[in-house]
Structure formats: structure tokens, C-alpha cells
Ligand binder design. Structure first.
Ligand code: HEC
Length: 308
């Protein structure tokens, strides 16, 4: 490859030296313009103006689009799970689950999340079983063809607060509270966005009237969200004695929602660590083996001796 490039540039240099390139390069911009005919000069002028105008218009449009975006972009927060090899803060996940259950679950379903996901991540197996037993599940049909109620099991999914989407909308002024299982993956900014959204309710800017049932939130697309503020200091009491300030609650529930979106997160990073370790050992051996095998081929010399 290097030889190829070397040869190509060498040839170019040779050609430049025989006068052709040198002569052209010596022509200044002014001289080039002077040599053009009148028609060409006008055409070049028009082309230049049009191009500059188009670029200017593009820049202006871009700027005005940005100005109309009133919502803020969430800052990047230092989550414990940020690093390539960092895991979730499991105590925080456990608290976050509590916040979801006691606050958000009143309106939001998490219907793709099963109790078995909580085993060894948020609860021990016994704790998770007890947690699942608190819900009532309609199962069946039984031997007589009737549906029956039973306490939840680890294989059951989280219960939904509303019977269907229409009931959910009817109860929330027509706005549908989205399922929260994969919400972190479904929004730009992920858990940073959820945290910012939950903690940033404030009065609308002067001159902006909010419609009945809408609340101002600078992080929500459009600024007007149909979800009222639900996180306040001490709306939840933590078992582990952590101070339940609004920002603590929001942080814990955001981490929990991240966990719900990527329950395999910790396992994935652990696998990556193992793979990197394993493959780096493999790489060294394979590289050495390759050198060894190719040594005789690479160091030989083939000479062509034409017959005299
Ligand atoms: C009183 C009912 C209610 C409660 C309680 C509630 N929400 Fe909501 N939430 C809604 C509704 C309604 C919407 C839809 C808002 C919209 O589309 O304007 C929503 C939307 C959202 C969204 C989506 C925003 C977006 O970008 O589309 C997120 C995330 C969210 N809620 C998180 C939470 C979390 C976390 C909690 C618990 C701390 C919670 N919500 C508690 C009713 C609720």
C-alpha cells in the first residue's frame, strides 16, 4: 500500500517538474479572472451570489427553527451506571421501584415488566414472591370453564391501572399516560430527560396562558404537559432511611425506569468485561502464532534470473 502511494506521488512530482503543473500554479487568481471572457465573468459573479445567498438562507432558516424550540435539552447527569464498566446502584433501583409503585403506578402501566425481573436485582427471590402476591390476577379457565382470581406469581406482569387505553385517556383529560417499561429508551436524553421532566415543573413564562388541564414544563416537547407534578418532597417514605427529597425520588425512579428498559444492563457489561479479557489473551496468542507461521514466507526473497 505504502509503496503504491509512494509511486503515485513520485510520478505526480516528476510530471510537475517538467513544467506543465508549475506554469499553471503560477497563475494568480487575479490573472485567471482577467483572462476570462465578459460573459464568463458575469456567469461566475451570478453563481457566486446565488451560492452565498443560498448558504445565508440556510443558516437563517436553521437559526429560526432553533429559536422556535422553546423546550430545554436535559443536561447529562453523573449516573452510577454511566461508565462502560459501571453497574446500577441497586439500592437506588429498589427505592425507585417503590416510587413507581406508590406514585406513578396510579396512572402509568408497566405491562412488559414481570416480577421475575426483580429477583436478584431489586429483591431476593422470597421478597419478590411476596411482592407479586400482593396483586390479584384473573386466571383461568378452570375445570368448569370459569375464570378465577389468584394471587400474583413471579411470572406475572405488573398490573395496569386502567382496563384499556380509552379508559386511561378518559381519566386523564384525553391524554394517554404512556407505558413506562421502555420509556427511557423511547425518549431523547433517556434517564436524564425523565429526571429533568419530573423535577422541572414551574410557572409558565409571562404572557403564556396554559389551557385547563395542561401544566408548563420546559423539558416537555411543546412545553405543555397533561401530567401534573407528582413528585414532591416526602410523598414516599423510604424503608432504608434515605431522605425522600423530591430530587432523590426523581433520581431513584429514573434509575428504576432505566433498569426497566434494560434489565440485562449489568449482565451485559459483565459479559463485555469477560469478553475483553478473554479476547485480549486470545489476541496475543493468535498474533504470535501468525508471526510464527508467516515468518518463513515473509523473510524469503524471490529472485528472477532471466536465461541468458
Ligand atoms: C395523575 C396521573 C399521573 C401520574 C401520577 C404520573 N403521570 Fe406521567 N403522565 C401522565 C399523563 C396523562 C401523561 C401524558 C402527558 C402528555 O402527553 O401531555 C404522562 C406522561 C409521562 C411521561 C412521558 C412524557 C413524554 O415525553 O411523552 C413520562 C416519562 C411520565 N409521565 C413519567 C411519570 C413518572 C416517572 C411518574 C411517577 C413519578 C408519573 N409519570 C406519574 C399522568 C400521570
Amino acid at each position: 500500500m505504502a509503496a503504491l502511494i509512494g509511486r503515485a506521488t513520485g510520478q505526480a512530482l516528476l510530471r510537475a517538474q517538467n513544467g506543465l503543473f508549475v506554469q499553471q500554479a503560477n497563475l494568480s487568481f487575479k490573472e485567471t479572472i482577467a483572462r476570462l471572457s465578459r460573459g464568463k465573468k458575469i456567469a461566475a459573479g451570478v453563481l457566486g451570489t446565488v451560492t452565498a445567498g443560498a448558504i445565508g438562507l440556510g443558516v437563517a432558516l436553521q437559526a429560526s427553527v432553533l429559536a422556535s424550540e422553546l423546550e430545554l435539552h436535559p443536561p447529562a447527569y453523573p449516573w452510577t451506571h454511566n461508565g462502560a464498566f459501571s453497574s446500577f446502584d441497586h439500592a437506588s433501583l429498589r427505592r425507585g421501584y417503590q416510587v413507581y409503585k406508590e406514585v406513578c403506578a396510579a396512572c402509568h402501566s408497566m405491562k412488559y415488566m414481570a416480577y421475575r425481573e426483580l429477583v436478584n436485582t431489586i429483591f431476593t427471590e422470597d421478597e419478590a414472591k411476596k411482592e407479586a402476591e400482593q396483586i390479584t390476577v384473573i386466571d383461568g379457565p378452570d375445570d368448569e370453564g370459569k375464570m378465577f382470581e389468584r394471587p400474583g406469581k413471579l411470572s406475572d406482569y405488573f398490573p395496569s391501572p386502567y382496563a384499556n387505553d380509552e379508559a386511561a385517556k378518559a381519566a386523564n383529560n384525553g391524554a394517554y399516560p404512556p407505558d413506562l417499561t421502555y420509556i427511557v429508551s423511547a425518549r431523547h436524553g433517556g434517564e436524564d430527560y425523565i429526571f429533568s421532566l419530573l423535577t422541572s415543573y414551574c410557572d409558565p413564562p409571562a404572557g403564556i396562558e396554559m389551557r385547563e388541564g395542561l401544566y408548563f414544563n420546559p423539558y416537555f416537547n411543546g412545553g405543555a404537559i397533561a401530567m401534573a407534578q407528582s413528585i414532591f418532597n416526602e410523598v414516599v417514605t423510604y424503608d432504608d432511611g434515605t431522605n425522600p427529597s423530591a430530587s432523590q425520588l426523581a433520581k431513584d425512579v429514573s434509575a428504576f425506569l432505566k433498569f426497566a428498559s434494560e434489565p440485562e444492563h449489568d449482565e451485559r457489561k459483565r459479559m463485555a468485561m469477560k469478553a475483553i479479557l478473554g479476547f485480549s489473551v486470545l489476541f496475543v496468542t493468535v498474533y504470535y502464532y501468525k508471526r510464527h507461521k508467516w515468518a518463513s514466507l515473509k523473510s524469503r526473497k524471490i529472485v528472477f534470473r532471466p536465461k541468458k
